[in-house]
Design a protein around this ligand. Structure first.
Ligand SMILES: Nc1ncnc2c1ncn2[C@@H]1O[C@H](COP(=O)(O)OP(=O)(O)O)[C@@H](O)[C@H]1O
Ligand SMILES: [Mg+2]
Length: 350
């Protein structure tokens, strides 16, 4: 049975849809069968994926159509149960039904066996359908901006999850989004978030204009600019969630060692690293293997590997270092202290 993952926050415009699109596309690229469900009448998922679905969730929830008949295949391994503005008129109809809190769960039940992950993209307020999404969810992911009021909003949301689900135990990750590492206040608030919620807080997704450009053009970030910071941050989140959920591709490529070779290729342009709760990447000694740029002949796949363990250990805390090749970069990262180091696999950075 696939996981049903609600991606929610009480606020709009904070990166929920962007997170749903790029996490699910990353998992689909790794070989997972993924379904996206839009319960936001704005229908942003369709736009962000560049499709115009003929059939939508309205038909399933109001007209009683079978969910399997209303899906749109949007990418390999990635299907969509879309929404549009008709969902606004559906909500009062649904609210009159005695079983209203469970209509989405019932509609998705026949699909759960066909997918490893079902991501539900919620709207930015407490609608009947957002409550349905929480009820249906086995896992909840909360993207949040790192601003003065967002911590208070997060508290309210977590209390709400507790009320709906009996406990907040299904909350799997808090993803700081639209993060600007140059703003001191953001860095301090990120620290506060990490102190309060510990391991639930993932590495932040930095502000990156390529992310807003990609969704405006109906492309995932891996399609639009696989070497952008946005692609790297989301691919790292995909690796984190894959490890958390124990998802590994069926035919995972054997982890290739990163041999220490003479540095014959131009060094990659440094990428501003998202601050982590420890000294900056630049300030710390780097493991020699990761400083090498390995020329490769074939273009690197967008996302490979499943965060496989290497024999390398983290130079910051000594914990195990995970590795993935994402969007043309080799990324090595530590789940224990959030240390991260990335190097270009081939070619120049755009
Ligand atoms: N990390 C980011 N950097 C830059 N722009 C972003 C980032 N994340 C999201 N955006 C943009 O911010 C806007 C709101 O994001 P969206 O994912 O639609 O939020 P929500 O679903 O919470 O309303 C969109 O235009 C999106 O492209
Ligand atoms: Mg949205």
């Amino acid at each position: 049975m696939g996981r049903i993952v609600a991606v929610t926050n009480l606020k709009g415009g904070i990166g929920k849809t962007t997170t749903v699109v790029n996490v699910s596309a990353g998992l689909a690229l790794k070989g997972a069968r993924v379904l996206l469900v839009d319960v936001d009448a704005q229908g942003n998922l369709s736009m962000a994926l560049g499709v115009r679905p003929r059939r939508t969730l309205y038909e399933v929830l109001v007209d009683g159509a079978r969910a399997t008949d209303c899906l749109t295949a949007v990418r390999p391994n990635l299907d969509l149960l879309a929404a549009d503005e008709s969902l606004l008129t559906a909500q009062p109809t649904i609210a009159r039904r005695p079983d209203w809190p469970r209509v989405l769960e019932q509609a998705l039940r026949p699909l759960r066996a066909s997918y490893e992950f079902i991501f539900v993209d919620c709207g930015g307020s407490l609608t009947v359908l957002n409550l349905n999404a929480l009820n249906a969810a086995s896992d909840v992911i909360v993207p949040t901006t790192v601003e003065p009021f967002s911590l208070k909003g997060l508290e309210m949301l977590i209390a709400q999850i507790g009320r709906v689900k009996g406990s907040a135990g299904s909350l799997r990750a808090i993803v700081p989004t639209l993060f600007d590492p140059r703003r001191r206040q953001s860095v301090e608030l990120l620290g506060e978030l990490q102190t309060r919620y510990g391991d639930l807080v993932t590495a932040p997704v930095r502000v990156n204009v390529r992310l807003s450009e990609s969704s405006a053009l109906g492309k995932t970030i891996y399609e639009y600019d696989p070497r952008s910071r946005g692609a790297i941050d989301y691919a790292q989140l995909v690796e984190h969630l894959s490890a958390l959920w124990g998802f590994a591709p069926q035919a995972a490529p054997a982890p290739a060692p990163m041999p220490a070779i003479p540095q014959t290729t131009r060094a990659p342009e440094p990428i501003p690293a998202a601050p982590q709760p420890q000294p900056s990447v630049e300030a710390r000694p780097q493991p020699p293997l990761l400083e090498q740029v390995q020329p490769v002949s074939a273009p690197a796949p967008v996302v490979t590997g499943a965060g496989n363990m290497l024999s390398l250990s983290c130079p910051n805390c000594g914990g195990p270092l995970r590795r993935a090749t994402v969007a043309g970069y080799r990324v090595a990262y530590c789940d224990t202290c959030k240390y991260r180091r990335q190097e270009l696999a081939a070619g120049g950075r755009r």
